[in-house]
Design a protein around this ligand. Structure first.
Ligand code: SF4
Length: 518
């Protein structure tokens, strides 16, 4: 049995009855939606047309939200419905990143994820979903796609149907008849600051912009300056970006924790260890502090931080959130072992150095695989390049942190620990090369190209080129080349590196989410 929907847009009149019935059936709060009607317009007056698209969960046969959900709160039922259990949800929002269709939201009443669940409670009582019952034109069909006699199966076989973003490989079970093609490809839509009869949640109110006398825009309509050849979005619901500064800061502190131990292991394995006592003591302490902040950021980014331990008690081992949590815990345990050896023995064994360095690398890199599980975000899909970038970022952050620490404690130490500035320089150069590679290799999809453009030429570009690349990469490399071995210049370079890296993480997270999914 495989339950699915067919929505006939030729029949849809855009009345929103399905939205209202769904809200009533599931007590969906204000401002969020399990199903909604999106409006677009084409052409120029008087030759204009308006088109509707009823949007909701596609109950994908290969659902990325189920794969990424760390606590199995999202799951596929035996009848093909993708359902959720809000008692297990920790509010990590990763499902919202994984879903390419904007189908999920955070319920403001209980801070857990929610979406269309095919009215599973009604299906179990042999009733049709509320939206099907209420639709005045029978535009929505629901039924078993595996049953050849069902209306949905017959429609899928006999009519020209389409699905949203088939290239994502999610195998959606929501089929459209007669839908305007641009509604299936949100990257092609032109967006306005305001709608014909609603303000956009993420924009200043349209009337606030046009109310001032003398303002040049005073008489400008909301969709002024539109290109008539492009399909325009004229009504949608809000889809705020799920991840913000806490995720960027988590990437940053994690780089510091992982990098400090990797750099310390490299230096201690490559030089005489007895002279390294302060390094062997300080590095696990710094790493453990950075790791504690990393964990705190992760927990406080959850909408349900009180449930953070569900990662361990209800784990989905296919989710990189869970795998990452175990990697971070193992890494933390090895930092403690290292610290105990450094405190109570004259040397840290080779095995501990090697294992800590390997787990440091794993801690740095696993986020590339987590971000790649966010199937909705094309910009994050180059996991191997991102993995390399994260590794270099960890070496950069670790060596910069150690340099700052050494200069504060004893400015002559950089000469004693000469390899650390060299690690910093080499990883900066390799990181720059990885970045150039990422930017030079053509992006695979329109969405990824658009996100890249936002970063390189759009609203994020000034910060990207000035703070992340200029101050964070080029300036420190120049300082290293022209003022080495001046400890003060090294320390300034190290501070710039960490500053630039924080901006880089922030902008990278933001750019990935800058492309609308629906
Ligand atoms: Fe629904 Fe999105 Fe999950 Fe697909 S990925 S099952 S559309 S929530």
């Amino acid at each position: 049995m495989r339950y699915g929907f067919v929505i006939d847009q030729n029949r849809c009149i855009g009345c929103h009855a399905c939205t209202v019935a769904c809200k009533e059936e599931h007590q969906v709060p204000l401002g969020v939606f399990r199903t909604w009607v999106k409006y677009v317009e084409k052409g120029e007056y008087p030759h204009t047309s308006r088109h509707f698209g009823v949007m909701r969960c596609n109950h994908c046969d290969s659902a990325p939200c189920v794969t990424i959900c760390p606590t199995q709160a999202l799951y596929r039922r035996s009848d093909g419905i993708i359902d959720f259990d809000n008692q297990r949800c920790i509010g990590c929002k990763s499902c919202m990143q994984a879903c390419p269709y904007d189908a999920l939201y955070i319920d403001p009443n209980n801070n857990t994820a929610a979406k269309c669940n095919f009215c599973a409670h009604r299906v179990e009582a042999n009733l049709e979903p509320a939206c099907v019952i209420v639709c005045p034109t029978q535009a929505i069909l629901a039924g078993d796609l595996d049953d050849p006699s069902s209306k949905v199966a017959r429609t899928v076989v006999t009519q020209n149907v389409s699905v949203r973003k088939p290239e994502k490989g999610t195998e959606p079970k929501l089929y459209y008849v007669g839908i305007e093609r641009d509604l299936l490809r949100p990257a092609r839509l032109s967006r306005q600051n305001g709608y014909a009869f609603a303000d956009r949640h993420d924009q200043p109110p349209h009337h606030a912009k046009t109310a001032r006398v003398g303002d040049r825009d005073h008489h400008r309509p909301a969709n002024a300056g539109f290109d008539p050849s492009v399909t325009r979005e004229v009504y949608d619901v809000a889809h705020p970006a799920p991840w913000g500064w806490k995720i960027a800061a988590y990437l940053w502190t994690k780089s510091i924790a992982a990098g400090v131990m990797m750099v310390a292991a490299i230096v201690m394995a490559g030089t005489g260890r007895p002279s390294m006592r302060s390094l062997s003591l300080a590095s696990p302490m710094i790493a453990l502090a950075a790791l504690a902040i990393t964990m705190a950021l992760l927990v406080f980014d959850l909408k349900r931080p009180d449930r953070f331990y569900y990662l361990l008690t209800k784990p989905n081992f296919r989710s990189w959130l869970v795998i990452g949590a175990y990697i971070l815990m193992a890494f933390g345990a090895l930092c403690v072992v290292w610290l105990l050896y450094a405190a109570f023995s004259s040397t840290v064994p080779d095995g501990v150095l090697l294992l800590t360095a390997l787990l440091g690398a794993a801690s740095a890199c696993y986020s590339a695989f987590l971000f790649a599980q966010a199937k909705g975000r094309d910009f994050w899909q180059s996991k191997w390049i991102f993995c390399w970038q994260l590794l270099m970022q960890a070496l950069v952050a670790g060596s910069a942190t150690l340099i700052i620490g050494m200069v504060i404690v004893d400015p002559t130490m950089p000469y004693v620990l000469g390899p650390i500035p060299s690690v910093l320089f080499m990883s900066l150069v390799l990181g720059l090369l990885a970045l150039l590679l990422e930017l030079v290799i053509p992006q695979r999809s329109q969405d990824a190209k658009r996100a890249q453009k936002t970063l390189l030429e759009g609203e994020l570009s000034r910060r990207f080129w000035f703070s992340a690349v200029g101050l964070g990469l080029v300036a420190p490399i120049s300082l290293f080349l022209f003022s080495h071995p001046d400890p003060l210049a090294l320390a300034v370079g190290a501070v710039l590196v960490l500053y630039g890296l924080l901006w880089f993480e922030f902008l990278w997270v933001k750019a990935g989410q800058s492309v609308p999914l629906s």
